[in-house]
Design a protein around this ligand. Structure first.
Ligand code: ASN
Ligand code: ZN
Length: 312
């Protein structure tokens, strides 16, 4: 409840300041974007109390979870800066805070409005959630959505919110591994699947190019028409994930250099849109595709084909 109140408080402040911040950003901060945001790490020591104990010098920690979470989060800062010219998730240099060892054998990770939180997993169903580069990217992207569209977490806006996290999480992993759209596996959470889950034939949490595949721990609808009111965000992300993946594969090359830029611009240039639906987001990406790559460009046709494939 404390976290929820605090989150609401920050949301209110942000709503008041976001336009001013955007103005400042465009006029003075963009020009001097040469360094990454600060990255801080906290240890929950298997408790659920947040933010946890701050870790001194996490870059040189003997705890591999701390050390890797620090370096990957810092690289996400580099990714946002170099690829999207964005200064941290809020585009104003916000410190990226992460808590590791949250809870006992905790099988999840999350963004709570202020920081990232990673469970260790139980070692059977899941490994440490911080060992998935795409998981780290996914949680940070929830922050990116919070500071751009500010999508709510239910129905269509919720499904879109989840999808944007999968898109940026997967792009971050592709960028880290230097995988182009054809080489990429498009799986979400494949690095945190534990031995017992794998024994049962699951290789990932979600497959962006085949959302209803049997090898997904959480199979999803593939078509917009299959979505129902009250649909959980983790199911609703199926169609927009498939649209993104389809467009990326059609264009080829590095997702973050073409379709990813379009998705980013659609998020960053729209302003607050907490109740935005998928058709509206699709329209924004079609606009941005034409804007960035030209009308009748391959990118524009690919975006259009991606959305049409899922009924949008
Ligand atoms: N790992 C999940 C996510 O970031 C946590 C949640 O259910 N919101 O989507
Ligand atoms: Zn999520």
């Amino acid at each position: 409840a404390y976290t929820a109140r605090l989150t609401q408080h920050f949301c209110d402040i942000r709503k008041q300041n976001i336009r001013l911040a955007g103005f400042l950003m465009e006029n003075q901060w963009m020009a001097e974007l040469t360094s990454n945001p600060e990255v801080t790490l906290f240890d929950c020591r298997q408790t659920v109390s947040l933010p946890g104990l701050q870790i001194k010098d996490p870059a040189n920690s003997k705890d591999p979870t701390v050390q890797r979470t620090h370096s990957e989060t810092d690289l996400m800062g580099t990714f946002l800066r170099e690829v999207f010219a964005r200064n941290s998730i809020d585009n104003a240099g916000m410190t990226l805070m992460s808590a590791v060892h949250y809870g006992k054998k905790y099988n999840n990770a999350m963004w709570n409005g202020l920081q990232m939180i990673y469970g260790d997993g139980d070692g059977e169903l899941f490994l440490s959630f911080a060992s998935g580069i795409d998981v780290i990217g996914h949680e940070l992207a929830h922050g990116l959505t919070q500071y751009t569209l500010q999508l709510e977490y239910d129905d269509e806006p919720g499904g879109l919110n989840e999808s944007l996290s999968d898109c940026f999480g997967t792009m971050f992993r592709q960028w880290r591994l230097n995988h182009d759209a054809k080489r990429a596996d498009w799986l979400v959470g494949s690095d945190i699947i534990g031995p017992r889950t794998r024994e049962r034939g699951y290789t990932c949490m979600r497959d962006m190019c085949e959302p209803d595949a049997k090898h997904c721990l959480a199979p999803q609808p593939t078509h917009y028409g299959q979505l129902k009111p009250g649909q959980h965000p983790h199911s609703g992300s199926g169609p927009p994930n498939l649209a993104f993946c389809t467009a990326c594969k059609l264009v080829g090359g590095n997702s973050w250099e073409n379709i990813g830029r379009i998705w980013y611009q659609a998020m960053a240039k729209t302003g607050l849109a907490p109740r935005m639906g998928m058709a509206q987001f699709a329209a924004k990406t079609r606009e941005q595709a034409a804007d960035l790559f030209g009308k009748d460009s391959l990118a524009e046709a690919a975006v259009d084909a991606g959305w049409k494939k899922v009924g949008l």
